[in-house]
Design a protein around this ligand. Structure first.
Ligand code: ADP
Ligand code: ZN
Ligand code: ZN
Length: 750
């Protein structure tokens, strides 16, 4: 670090507010170090460069950073300051709004600002060089071109003649021109050199392919919701749209978006998954065929992601539909944020920068004075609590939107005494058979992929444990592999027991593959499709599966929660749920909240159209209150019960938590680190902060690293933040031997 100066954030007050004399650029770099780095800037540095990317020397290589502040002086001697290599002005600088969102994110999650900033940028902008903006081009006739007589062009210029004929009708995007002839671009560039044709930037993502779909008449509840949202003066307001599955929440989002677009503002729609729910994207495109809609998610090609991000920044994109990372999209005219399925845990990043996109979205809406709508059939308990306390406004949709559509009937099948056929009860099998005969679809939901979760020797009790993790290797019979779902290790299944040589090794328990195999045997004529992350490796495969399901070419679906998310399968009338009990008595106290949401969500897949659906839950605990709440479709009663429990136990949302996670090769090293951290917390003696004992994390070992954690909590978010601000630098100073640790603010998993 000798070559660049490290300044603790906020340590200097000489920030230059104007261009006068500012000769030092304070740069955020993608390094795991808190603070900004000072560089000597060229003479042309100005305030307008704040938010620009820069290329700087760091160590023995060039890195990219972002200018956060300008300064006249540095805490580092001039002789040791290095000049920055160049300011990359290839794209506009990050706006002050966005920078302050990123700063907030860094402060709140106690994560280095440079890493927060880089995490927010598309890959192409993270490279220490200007981006090659292969801006897609379009062509149109120039004034001169329009006045020319095309018949003057020699006959042999076939391509040019055809292009000109097209250009007289409309502009031509690059791809359209290429479709006319492979030599089209060359010809167009020649004509552009002659001044007949002009190059213009092509509009991003043309959506003309989608036919506009007429708006349905809103139900009374929907209308009331739209009216309430729009009646409010534009500006910051958090709405919780609590609507049962199929109640038409998306329709409400679209009406409000239409309003926002009319006002010339931009809308940001955050969803848990896009790649998995192509139906959603096409619904939006169909509704807004004229609008410029771009998507932002991690399975986009790098170039497309950059182009879409730039379109949003430039204000060309009016609707941004994205996953959690899209919360950082630059949007100068933001008028609305929608967070659909706001309870979904994928809005929280579970490694590195552990942010919650939903929570940041609320911060961002306040900061940019925009509306925000959180939608869910089963709101996160925190969200529901905030609505109940009046911090968010609540809107309820209690009926399904489509005429005649009803919620499914839900029933438990007591399997505590009944013998099962490969995990399937007689009642469920008969129900599937009845659907199959009627030509309706069934879905068997089991949240475990693979064939069986463990192999066991019947003679000595040996189990197929992963050597590197505290977990078992899952048998994948299709591929004839044993796989660890935590570390990715895989090996061939043994022929005989590695411990005693016994050849009788049994597959214990069920996963999707085993259920699929059983159903294939039991229903030889049925078309069965398994959907899990193993069978859906490619997006195109998934598209094909969705089409097959939609066209009724599948009789029985077997799948994980991938199938539970927001799909509309018209022919599906039965959902069977296997193995839900495992979440009832989990060590993670949030497990029941998640299970309830998942069951409501997967139940919501049944009977979306005219026929009423049926949901059968196989369980050993048929009288459990959680199942009773699912049967009654009663979110509110369930949420109230959970809230009462949480209040008694002193859990969120009644307290705020932060988890210090540590891992090391040796468990004692992780534990010593946490014990020292607990001591330094105690020494700080911050009022209102409770520090727990370090405990083993679950799972206790992953990829050879032993894991432990320390919980701190407080009834006040401000106190907790104030404490973390003092505690965090002490953790950074603490000399742990080969410890990996991180702070998880508002953790969701324990
Ligand atoms: P949610 O997002 O609340 O689960 P959706 O918005 O997906 O619900 O709507 C469920 C179904 O109801 C969709 O097929 C949608 O087209 C239809 N729908 C929504 N609003 C209406 C309405 N006002 N009239 C008729 N059908 C509607
Ligand atoms: Zn054995
Ligand atoms: Zn493993």
């Amino acid at each position: 670090m000798a070559e660049a100066s490290l300044l603790a954030e906020g340590s200097s007050s000489q920030d230059a507010k104007s261009d006068h004399g500012a000769r030092i650029a304070r740069v955020a770099l993608d390094v795991p170090v808190h603070g900004l780095f000072d560089y000597l800037a060229p003479d042309d540095l100005s305030c307008g460069d704040i938010g620009s990317r820069v290329q700087v020397p760091f160590g023995n290589r060039q890195r990219v950073g972002v200018i956060i502040e300008l300064a006249t002086t540095s805490g580092i001697a001039d002789s040791r300051l290095k000049p920055l290599t160049r300011i990359l002005r290839d794209v506009p600088p990050l706006s002050p709004d966005l920078l302050s969102l990123l700063r907030f994110c860094s402060d709140y999650y106690h994560h280095p600002l440079g890493q927060v900033v880089m995490n927010a940028l598309p890959t192409a902008l993270r490279a220490a060089k200007p981006i090659k903006q292969r801006l897609k081009l379009a062509f149109r006739l120039s004034e001169a071109g329009r006045e020319r007589d095309d018949s003057m062009l020699p006959r042999r210029h076939v391509v040019k003649r055809r292009l000109l004929a097209h250009l007289r009708q409309s502009e031509l995007a690059e791809e359209e021109a290429r479709a006319i002839s492979p030599r089209a671009i060359k010809a167009l560039l020649e004509m552009s050199a002659l001044g007949w044709v002009e190059k213009i930037a092509a509009p991003v993502a043309t959506s003309t392919r989608h036919a506009e779909i007429a708006e349905p008449r809103l139900t009374a509840e929907q209308q009331a919701g739209v009216d309430a949202i729009l009646a409010e003066a534009p500006g910051f307001n958090v709405w919780l749209l609590h609507g049962i599955t199929g109640s038409g929440k998306t329709e409400i989002y679209m009406r409000v978006i239409a309003h926002v677009l009319e006002a010339g503002e931009q809308a940001l729609v955050l969803v848990p998954e896009i790649a998995l729910t192509p139906q959603l994207e096409s619904r939006f495109r169909a509704r807004f065929p004229q609008a410029n809609l771009v998507t932002l998610h991690s399975s986009l090609a790098a170039g497309e992601r950059t182009a879409n991000w730039l379109a949003a920044q430039a204000g060309r994109a009016q609707i941004v539909l994205g996953t959690r990372l899209a919360v950082f999209t630059p949007l100068a005219r933001l008028g609305l944020i929608v967070v659909d399925e706001e309870q979904d845990s994928s809005f929280k990043q579970h490694e590195g920068l552990r942010y919650s996109a939903r929570d940041l979205a609320i911060f961002r809406a306040r900061q940019q004075n925009a509306r925000i709508v959180l939608g869910s059939a089963t709101p996160a308990l925190e969200t529901y609590y905030n609505a109940r306390a009046g911090r968010f406004r609540m809107l309820r949709l209690t009926a399904r939107a489509a005429a005649g559509a009803e919620l499914p009937s839900v029933r438990c099948i007591d399997v505590s005494r009944e013998p099962l056929v490969d995990g399937l009860s007689k009642v469920l099998l008969e129900a599937i058979a009845a659907r199959f005969e009627r030509g309706e679809q069934s879905l068997v939901f089991i949240n475990r992929r693979g064939y069986s979760p463990v192999l066991m020797c019947s003679a000595c009790g040996w189990k197929s444990a992963c050597a590197r993790c505290a977990s078992y290797l899952v048998l994948h019979l299709r591929e004839r592999r044993l796989r660890c779902h935590l570390c990715g290790h895989q090996e061939a299944p043994p022929i005989a027991c590695p411990a005693c040589g016994n050849q009788d090794i049994t597959a214990i328990g069920h996963g999707t593959q085993r259920v699929e195999a059983a159903l294939t045997r039991l229903f030889p004529g049925a078309r069965i499709l398994r959907v899990d992350s193993d069978s859906v490796r490619r997006k195109s495969a998934w598209q094909g599966m969705l089409t097959a399901i939609g066209e009724g070419r599948i009789d029985i679906l077997v799948g994980t929660q991938m199938l539970a998310k927001g799909h509309d399968f018209a022919g599906l009338t039965l959902v069977g749920v296997l193995n839900a009990d495992s979440s009832l008595y989990s060590s993670d106290w949030r497990a029941s909240e998640r299970l309830f949401a998942q069951l409501i969500q997967v139940s919501g897949r049944a009977g979306r159209a005219a026929t009423r659906g049926e949901v059968l839950i196989q369980t050993q605990f048929a009288g459990h209150p959680l199942y009773s709440a699912v049967i009654a479709h009663d979110y509110t009663a369930f949420a109230e019960t959970l809230l009462a429990e949480r209040e008694r136990a002193g859990f969120p949302p009644y307290v705020y938590q932060t988890l210090l996670r540590a891992e090391a090769r040796a468990f004692t090293a992780a534990q010593d680190f946490l014990a020292a951290a607990a001591q330094s917390a105690a020494r700080l003696g911050h009022p209102g902060i409770k520090v727990f004992e370090p405990v083993t994390a679950q799972p206790a070992r992953v990829a050879g690293m032993e894991r432990a954690q320390l919980l701190v909590q407080s009834p006040s978010r401000q106190s907790l933040q104030a404490f973390l601000t003092l505690w965090h630098p002490q953790l950074l100073d603490q000399k742990g031997k080969k410890i990996r640790w991180s702070l998880d603010v508002d953790p969701l998993e324990f």
